[in-house]
Design a protein around this ligand. Sequence first.
Ligand SMILES: [Zn+2]
Length: 493
Amino acid sequence: MTAKRFFHTRLLAMLSASSILFFSGIMFLSTGNAADDYYDVVVLNGRVMDPESNLDAIRNIGIRGSKVETITGKTLKGKTIIDAKALVVAPGFIDLHVHDMNQEHHRAQARDGVTTALELEIGTADIDQWYADREGKTLINYGVSVGHVPVRMVVMKDPGSFVPNGDAARRPATENEIAEIKRQIELGLKRGALAVGLGINYTPAATHAEIIEVFRVAAKFNASCHVHMRYAGLKEPMNCVSAFEEVLAASAITGAPLHVVHITSMAFDDTSRVLEMIRGARARGMDVTTECYPYTAGMTRLDSAIFDGDWQGQLGIDYKDLQWVDTGERLTSETFARYRKIGGMVALHSMKPEVVRSAIADPLTMIASDGILKDGKGHPRAAGTYSRVLGYYVRDTRTLTLMDALRKMTLMPAQRLERRVPMMKTKGRLRPGADADLTIFDPERVIDRASYQEPGKYSEGVKFVLVNGIVVVKEGQLQEGINPGRAVRAPSQ
Ligand SMILES: [Zn+2]
């Protein structure tokens, strides 16, 4: 026996010994009559990539129920067989930043490889109601933060939809109102909110002291604060740097972890400067993270406080850089005034391609879509974010490696939440015991197809998607009539 052959035999012996131990545990737990080596779903011959262990090798995966049970070089048998030859098998993508979740949006996201969609920036004022509305009706996993913005809207009786356009945007809260805002955020956290959302840019009348109070509540519950900062742009003194200083200080003072959302659409050309500030804070032991999306335009409501005052000077853009989502037209001073009264979504073409590229390449950023999609209207990031990173930034322009890109879509978002949300410890990884949320794609073909004209157009190249062990995308096609998505929620108190 050659040394190599000996090693091979030993390895097989070790593998089968550990398999017997492993399966005896499962048989003890299992009430079914499945044979030890027979799985509900097997994924064969795929290039399995796991950013936690850095595994990048051809393996077979055995799934029972909603869990990954084995990842092995051995042959596996199962009821459902997925041939993943020439495909990458990754943990399902986790999107920390989604808005207005609905079936249409979830379908587009599933085709883009997303298995868990979380609304953490704006969030909700009523945690129980939000989860109850989605129970058993959702294609992919879902979760939400308790949001300072919607809570402030409830407490201050703001008439706006989604973001405030009345008192919650433009009036400082009284001491009593701040006490009530804190009480409702605390209630949300007790009911299992994943985090605390803040959109200070949408509530500019909220004082610095009010923001610190909100962080203080979050800290009590180990909850990260997912913040759309107070200012965007470069113009001193109220710019992205001072806005970051505000929330960094709130984090340092209270101990609440800080997550800065869509860094590129806040910092524009100063993105690398703010990323360096985050790096510095982390080097001094602070828990600060950030995210970005792979597009050069942002999107928000035209009737929001973001367009109060000298927005052109602040953001460094003009009417022509605004695109009215309903019609696709670029705005003029006249249409700006008219549409602002009506209210609705507008795209802001405000970021340089090289800024977006370097943010995506930076090891600090997670990928998060900030997507919104309803009745075919929205931003292409809702349907295309993840395939765009994998196709355009990884394959076509070699901006970052495939493993680094997957880390930003899976492990990093899971780790952001897992201290408060134990359920996240079994997401974002591919190992025995992990949730069977899997995204299987063709690395040579994957690409986004959504555009500003057709924002709901599905991505291509995502071949199979599993949510809790159930196949929701098969051979590139959505499966109908199934809703295997489960609530992602922190333990309630
Ligand atoms: Zn935002």
